[in-house]
Design a protein around this ligand. Structure first.
Ligand SMILES: O=c1[nH]c(=O)c2[nH]c(=O)[nH]c2[nH]1
Length: 301
């Protein structure tokens, strides 16, 4: 028996970078959280404490900030690709890089009915996400881009049923033909190309998902997720796969009978836990291999 070094990667997590575009009086803001991770032969650092091939995490951080100026930070997917390609192409021991990014949205405040040039309020909606992996060099280089969002809280007050489910001796749940359906949606989609209008695609996918949530008469959250994923794949041939995670944010009808009141789906208790957690992926049956697109080396949390 011998003890060996397993998979490893290292980088600078959660660089909070705010990039302002101020080329005109109407400023633009891009507010992101960037994590870098480098892979390659870093055995010596682990086995002997030899840092000769280790590009410090501090340097990775400095690069992330510099690239926000040098390469620009208009779309998190293209910025992440620039950063990952740089580490793999220009830093000798690096054979793979993964860049994970969250973007916090801001919107202009209105002053006298007009959008202000340089004052913003944080948008309460979803956080946009990207995960970029670049591996190998030269003609053998491969790239994987995942776009997505998290924390998209969405609710419909009707148009949702849940009945006909399997029952056993522990089943208490009453069937319903009219309930609130709500979730805080996480979605990630895998691109098959990097030749993409990232901004338009993001806006389009989000719009398709929210409108499908609204218009599908739901018999279960599972069905709604599948329909949302299917609609995205039908609209975007260059998306191979979409993965969704949806906590079922239960709204239970509150019992007002003790007060002599009726409750015709009007007053609910928004319960925060436990919650059903419905997770589903939808993909093309000819989707190209995902490679390391979804996973980080070693499966670290
Ligand atoms: O949409 C739902 N899916 C379920 O699997 C489930 N289970 C449950 O108790 N309520 C619901 N709702």
């Amino acid at each position: 028996m011998s003890i060996i070094l397993g998979p490893h990667q290292y980088g600078k997590a959660e660089n909070r970078i705010v990039r302002i575009y101020r080329d005109s009086p109407r400023h633009e803001i891009h507010d992101v959280n960037v994590s870098t991770a480098l892979r390659g032969d870093f055995d010596a650092a682990h086995l002997r404490g030899d840092q000769g091939t280790v590009l410090p995490t501090d340097t990775q951080k400095q690069t992330a900030y510099s690239y926000a100026k040098e390469k620009g930070l208009l779309s998190i997917e293209s910025y992440g690709l620039e950063l990952a390609r740089h580490f793999v192409d220009d830093v000798e021991p690096v054979s793979g890089a993964r860049i994970e990014i969250e973007e916090f949205a801001w919107e202009r405040v209105l002053v006298d009915g007009s959008e202000h040039d340089f004052t913003f309020v944080r948008k309460g909606q979803e956080i946009r996400t990207a995960a970029i992996t670049v591996e190998g060099s030269g003609d053998a280089q491969r790239e994987w881009v995942i776009g997505g969002f998290k924390d998209l809280v969405i609710l419909k007050t009707t148009g949702s049923e849940f009945h006909g489910f399997l029952e056993d001796e522990y089943t208490l749940l009453q069937p319903t033909t009219d309930r609130i359906m709500a979730t805080s949606l996480v979605a990630q989609w895998r691109f098959t190309t990097t030749d993409v209008d990232w901004e338009a695609t993001y806006a389009g996918i989000k719009q398709i998902m929210v409108s499908t949530f609204a218009t599908v008469h739901s018999l279960a959250l599972q069905q709604t997720l599948y329909e949302m994923g299917k609609a995205v794949l039908e609209a975007y041939p260059f998306i191979a796969e979409i993965r969704m995670s949806a906590p079922n944010k239960h709204h239970f009808l509150y019992d007002l009978a003790p007060f002599g009141l009726t409750n015709d789906n009007e007053v609910f208790n928004a319960d925060d836990r436990p919650y059903g957690l419905i997770q589903a992926s939808v993909l093309r049956d000819d989707a190209p291999d995902a490679g390391p697109a979804w996973t980080i080396a070693g499966g670290f949390a």
